[in-house]
Write a protein that binds this ligand. Structure first.
Ligand code: LLP
Length: 432
């Protein structure tokens, strides 16, 4: 049985429907490849995080990590749901502001924010800048002095935690390009330098231990480490953090074998750990901020492809090619990420066979799903790959000058275009 998320179900014609919309009709209307987002599922995830934190009686902020997927329609949804957003470039700030996101609900991350980006953030009134390194303390201080302005900031701590995930998306370990390291004393030096500058209004500290994490242990270890250092700073510098930002990274399900904790279980575990440590150390309970990205949008997204050519190498492999691939989903090629997929436009009782779903890009690594059991697929069939809502469109590219797909939002039987498909004119629009 295919893994179905949110409102996805098959109708009597055995067509996949999402948000009450028939995907066969969506594919006809908008073409393929097509990203379909189940808006009700996004709303439920967004509300769920907020509900859990509120129910635990803690002051909190849920800040969506834009890098997972953003566009005007996505930011508008966040505004409707009362979430803030984390951005990592002026481009994301620009898009968020254009959507009507209040600047004070934006927090700006990044290990190498440029001077122009910092100036833009300060001028636009971005709520919090999360300082990542010493260079940035100096650069931001210089900008604020020139403008005679103050800025709310946090700083990112690399707590030295090795969470279990792919190396490329692991970020909380000592050997990381992100944040101030605790063990070498850099985090303490950062605190001293930030406290010494009256233009930097320190709201608290941040850590993010990695992404696609399935269990609470890494978060619990990070909470312990963060509170130990905060408590040290309380004693030595009389500094008490108003907010503790624990980042994102809550895992999602891509295939049957993925078994992450439910979002509310992660959140409860973090809050209980903070409460426990605060009681133990007699530390004032801070406001808790979280930055979920993937866990809000991944399972809400489905990519629809049209089946094209096939190649069978007897005794070796049966390739089935679809009309997208590594341009709209680089994750299998980049991380060895695994996905589930299935026939979305008709019922088939024929016996299943093992196939490998590949894309149309000129690269042997352009494999979307290796060895998946499917009924015989035919040219023209609609093939759905599920859980593609995070880091799919946002990491899309124009390799081979293929067009980036359209993105459609579906809810209560209504579909609306969130991002139109690129055109050939778009492709050459920057060429001189
Ligand atoms: N906060 C910070 C500071 C982060 O660096 C990230 C992700 C998040 C929040 C959101 O993490 P999430 O809840 O989405 O796991 N391209 C990779 C993922 C890179 C994540 C980078 N940082 C992938 O496709 O798996």
């Amino acid at each position: 049985m295919p893994l179905l998320f949110g409102t996805a179900v098959f109708n009597e014609e055995q067509h996949l429907t999402i948000g009450g919309c028939d995907t066969v009709l969506l594919a006809e209307k908008y073409g393929t490849p097509l990203f379909v987002y189940d808006v009700a599922h996004i709303r439920e995830r967004a509300r769920g995080f907020k509900r859990t934190l509120d129910s635990l009686g803690v002051k909190n902020k849920v800040i969506y990590a834009s890098k997972a997927f953003c566009c005007l329609a996505m930011y508008q949804l966040l505004v409707e749901e009362g979430l803030g957003c984390d951005v990592v470039s002026a481009g994301e700030i620009y898009t968020a502001l254009k959507s009507g996101m209040p600047p004070e609900n934006i927090e700006f991350h990044g290990n190498n924010k440029t001077e122009a980006e910092l100036v833009y953030a300060v001028e636009q009134g971005v709520g919090t800048i999360i300082i990542d390194n010493f260079y940035e303390i100096d650069l931001l201080s210089k900008i604020l002095a020139e403008k005679n302005q103050t800025q709310r900031v946090m700083f990112r701590i690399s707590p030295g935690i090795n969470a279990e995930t792919h190396d490329y998306i692991l970020t909380g370990q000592e050997d990381s390009k992100f944040g101030f390291d605790v063990n070498s004393g850099q985090a303490t030096e950062a605190l001293e330098r930030i406290l010494a500058n009256e233009r930097l209004i320190l709201q608290g500290v941040h850590c993010h231990i990695g992404s696609q994490i399935f269990s609470a242990e890494g978060f619990l270890a990070a909470v312990e480490k963060m509170l130990l250092i905060l408590n040290e700073w309380k004693e030595h510098y009389d500094y008490t953090a108003e907010c503790l930002n624990m980042g994102g990274g809550f895992g999602v399900q891509y295939t049957e074998s993925d078994d992450p904790l439910a979002p509310d279980v992660f959140v409860k575990a973090i809050v209980h750990a903070v409460k426990g440590q605060c009681e133990l150390l007699n530390y004032p309970f801070p406001e808790i901020w979280i930055e979920p990205g993937r866990s809000i949008v991944a399972e809400a997204g489905t990519t629809l492809y049209t089946v094209g050519s096939q190649k069978t190498i007897p005794g070796v492999r049966h390739y089935v090619a679809v009309d997208g691939g590594m341009g709209d989903n680089i994750r299998p090629a980049l991380y060895g990420a695994q996905y589930d997929g299935f026939l979305a436009n008709r019922k088939s009782d024929e016996p299943k066979e093992l196939v490998t779903i590949v894309g149309k890009y000129c690269e042997s690594g352009d494999v979307l799903i290796k060895d998946i059991s499917q009924p015989p697929l035919q040219a023209g069939d609609l093939f759905a790959v599920t859980s593609t809502g995070a880091y799919g469109y946002s990491m899309a590219n124009n390799y081979n000058r293929n067009l980036k797909p359209a993105v459609v939002f579906v809810e209560n039987g209504q579909d609306r275009l969130a991002i139109r498909r690129e055109t050939y004119e778009d492709l050459t629009s920057l060429d001189m």
